[in-house]
Design a protein around this ligand. Sequence first.
Ligand code: FPP
Length: 275
Amino acid sequence: MIDHPRPRPDADALRALAPCGSPEELLLRRLDLDRLPRHLAVIMDGNGRWAKQRQQGRTQGHRAGVVAVRETIESCARLGIEVLTLYAFSVENWKRPKHEVWTLMNLLREYVRKEVQTLQKHGIRLHIIGRRDRLDPSLLKELDRAMAETAHGDRMVLNVALNYSGRSEIVDACKRIVQDWASGEPVDIDEDTLGRYLYTANQPDPDLLIRTSGEMRISNFLLWQLAYTEILVTPTLWPDFRKAHLLQAILEYQQRGRRFGGLDQAPVPQSNQIG
Ligand code: FPP
């Protein structure tokens, strides 16, 4: 986890995010910058439908999805969000045609190759979450290198869920607890302990989950961590998702009362002065 108090986003970063007079600026002014989600999780869905609407192949939809990935990462970093988790490839996605799987893996490889310096420059730490088995060793090597090269990033953690399954994550955590216990390490099993054995150890649970393309499912994503997360489903297909959609989603999140099983606590946000 980023262990210093979160700084308020600086005025330059906000102006770059939402230039004067832009529709984004109007949205940004309505946000309460002191109540941004600490952790935002995203199920990026609808690439295939986006491509179909344009009589293109599914892989073109995924390629267009990378543009939205880039914009979302950049916008979250500028806003000062601590953790962004993107669902890039699930364990179940291996059932897709070989060529589509190959394309998705390669888009990630290309993204990491091209963007590692930008991630470093903006203090973004890349963290790949999921099982390592079945992944191509050369891809793993590149991802490991990118994680090492961005390890000092202290502004935002970017979790990319790859070969990920929420159920497998919990099973793996249980196995490791049992191993530690068997090797003599005292392990007191409670919720905090289990949380520390998950891929997201030391990170806050997501405050907001955005799923694009209108599907109302969790799809085996962050099953443990989403216990009290606000869920927002937008009809926008992932390749069309832009910073205005992100700001709109955060605005809606801020208008909800989060009760965590208790009673209302969140006030309705006030209008916000930028720079
Ligand atoms: C879902 O759309 C999307 C995915 C399974 C993959 C998302 C991956 C990317 C956007 C590219 C690579 C990622 C990074 C982090 C660089 P779908 O194919 O299920 O769409 P459909 O439901 O319309 O068929």
